[in-house]
Design a binder for this molecule. Structure first.
Ligand code: FES
Length: 176
């Protein structure tokens, strides 16, 4: 008969069952991990410039993520309709480094902006969703970039560069 006290307090045998199960689960994970790991480029290959794939599914509209490619921070922004409209309504000729928003994104994937997150002034890392244009703000000397990553104010001479990338599916890009 099971008493209240033995139900509340696992016996040594219960503990051994739980411990054995946990070891088996860890063992299975350890077996799978090398297989998965072998399919990815190793850290030195990535550092040397191997392309990286990024799944866009978890990035909600209005959010940005930062990944690293060739040791550089890359911002991936899932832009809202309003952010796209703001980027497109400005006369291109009035910009310090004139580039249309359309030329900085992939056709049919206009909601995605992919830029190198290094300020073109002296190389600080700008902050996303900051500044007067809801794009990027560099705290070092006050450069302000818009929702297309184009320089709008401050000492930076040019837009945030767009790295080479392609859409391998509707929800995945390959950078590099
Ligand atoms: S490094 Fe960004 S404004 Fe100077």
């Amino acid at each position: 008969m099971t008493t209240a006290s033995s139900a509340d307090h696992p016996t040594r045998r219960d503990f051994l069952y739980v411990a054995t199960g946990a070891v088996a689960a860890v063992g299975a994970a350890a077996t799978v991990w090398p297989l998965v790991s072998q399919m990815n480029p190793d850290a030195s290959t990535i550092a040397a410039g191997a392309p990286i794939e990024v799944d866009l599914t978890p990035i909600a509209e209005g959010q940005d993520i930062k990944v690293f490619w060739r040791g550089k921070p890359i911002y991936i922004s899932h832009r809202t309709k309003k952010q796209i409209e703001e980027a497109r309504k400005v006369p291109v000729a009035s910009l310090p480094d004139p580039q249309s928003d359309e030329s900085r994104v992939k056709a049919g994937h206009d909601q995605w902006l992919v830029v190198v997150g290094i300020c073109t002034h002296l190389g600080c890392i700008p902050i996303a969703h900051e500044g007067a244009y809801d794009g990027f703000f560099c705290p070092c000397h006050g450069s302000v970039y818009d929702t297309s990553g184009r320089i709008r104010q401050g000492p930076a001479p040019s837009n945030l560069p767009v790295p080479p990338y392609t859409f391998v599916s509707d929800t995945k890009i390959q950078i590099g």
